[in-house]
Write a protein that binds this ligand. Sequence first.
Ligand code: B4P
Length: 187
Amino acid sequence: MRLVLLGPPGSGKGTQATRLKEELRIPHISTGDLLRAEVAAGTELGKQAKAVMDAGNLVSDDILLGMLEARLAQADVANGFILDGYPRNVAQANALGELLGRLDQPLDAIVQLDVPTELLVERIAGRAKEQGRADDNPESVRQRLQVYNDSTAPVIDFYAAKGTLARVDGVGALDEVLARILVAIKR
Ligand code: B4P
């Protein structure tokens, strides 16, 4: 199963991908986690990405595609993967289609998690208290939501037009949302 999870910041992509990984026994690829690992390791890429991420903006498409290509070349994705945080704009959606076409690994499912904005803000504020992530401050969250509306929301139409998108209500207990995703991908 090759699955893409879409949704605004705080919609539960990372949260549900962690659970789906156990359920489906395939790796979880989070581009946010890959970037945070670069930042933590103090690499050149991480240094470039940190300021962009902290401000709530998107890191460059070239950097992301290079990182993703390297990750998809690893052996553990042979039976599939859950992609969380990519694509975040239409250019990335096209690049992903091209890359997976070249690898002969087409996507099986694309799931959009729908959550109202007030709840997103509330959830991220909760995580800010618990984890203190650098980009979970109110100013950065406002910018991330703006970037989502401007750049990422059109990706929903991109996949809907291809008839491959399933929309799932992301409001509710973690188990309820997980069950809805499993129904949507027919597992
Ligand atoms: P991400 O790491 O993807 O961060 P995110 O959008 O906030 O989502 P995340 O998965 O972490 O949160 P979740 O909804 O699970 O990206 C961070 C930054 O990296 C971006 O802003 C950008 O700068 C950069 N980046 C990443 N990918 C990129 C790309 N492709 N191109 C360019 N730049 C890129 O959960 C949030 C909170 O909600 C948690 O605290 C969780 O406990 C809670 N929650 C989840 N589900 C819940 C539920 N059902 N009920 C109650 N609470 C719930």
